[in-house]
Design a protein around this ligand. Sequence first.
Ligand SMILES: [Zn+2]
Length: 461
Amino acid sequence: MKSICMLDCLRIRRDGKTLRVSFMRWLMVLLLCGAACTGLAAPPVAAQPAPAAGQQASPAPAGPQQAYTLPPDKLAKAIALSRIRNILDGAGSLWGIAVLWLLLATRAAARLEAWTQRVTSLCWVQGLLFFAAFFLITALAGLPLDMYGHYAERSYQISVQSWAGWFADVIKSLALTVAVGTPLLLLFNWIVRGWPRRYWFVAWVATLPIMVVLVFGAPLIGPIFDKFEPLALHHAALVQQLEKVVARTGINIPPERMYLMKASAKTNGPNAYVTGLGATKRFVMWDTVTDRMPDDEVVFVFGHESGHYVLHHLPKGIALSAAGLFFVYWGCSTFAAGLVRRYGARWGAAGLASRTGFVALLLALSVAGFLLEPVSNAVSRHFEHQADVYGQEAIHGIVPDPQKTAVAAFNDLGKAWLDDPHPSPFIELWLYNHPSTQHRAEFAQHYDPWANGGHGKFFPR
Ligand SMILES: [Zn+2]
């Protein structure tokens, strides 16, 4: 769920806009591969929920002083908003699965397939029409939840984006999803036809280069939704500070690879991320960070993102996704075959290789994506924690008090996004792709490896 990718994202909610349909998450696995924070189908602004009447803030648990705290008025809002975000997140996943089931059970998918066959005799054009319509229908089905999410974010003054601007982003997202996703689904559908027995393995092999290409090309997507400028153009002094971190970490991020994103046109939330691969690798800082957080904290944010770089979280994310997808594809092929055997006649699906049968395969992938969410989020939280540690170590000797700076940064982030200081452990386990702000701040507060002459985990000095 939420994330502010403090590095690759300070914070990032991956459930944005049209992505509510679970199947789209599978596409997102391909598109984003784990740790990447940019969104092909979703603009980076968090899509989130709205205020419900009558929600009361429950008192914070008593105990030792909290590392992340909110004043009472913000605490009440954070609890209410978090509840809405969590409900929308869970409901979005289940609704996405339900939509695919309904497409099959009402025979809408079968009718769509028959329509494409009437329109043209060209098999590949039939496929393009079918899958483009499929994306359109699933996006429309998810629109009410997405709209409610935007309404909520606006109500809580997280989002400042107008409805017109928001709809423009939704349309751009959908256009991109159709442009990229339609040929991809056509390709996978063709693989199922060509290798009816071992298609899952062939599809997996095909997925690997596609993942790499999509991550490589991900930085091209950002400018479609937001304005990017060289960071040094607006914050020359800050870039000099960041260069100190670059020197300490030894990473290769020249100033030309540091960008400033004009996020304040759409949101009050601060964020930063790394994206791309090889020649397209870059660091992006939102102007809501540079303009609203003290320089020391910005340097820490940069340290966190540097950690993602240095610790190779993007390639590792790709490798782990690839390994996971091997088993997911295999399991889903068995599951989908069972579905079509049992319900195929009722759904009008003439085998898995038909367009309608392929939707059953996408349904299986959606179910798997939902059930495996805690696993992928656990991996993501691990990476994020590593990056937090790295960030705090990277700014040692550059800012006067790394512990204090990191704790202050998490408080500023949490306050700006209205993060719940005490999310339920179950919610954190299932939905959070970053550790909760409280956990991050608590760790930072106590992390001092230099005490008694020691040194950090990632830095020998
Ligand atoms: Zn991060």
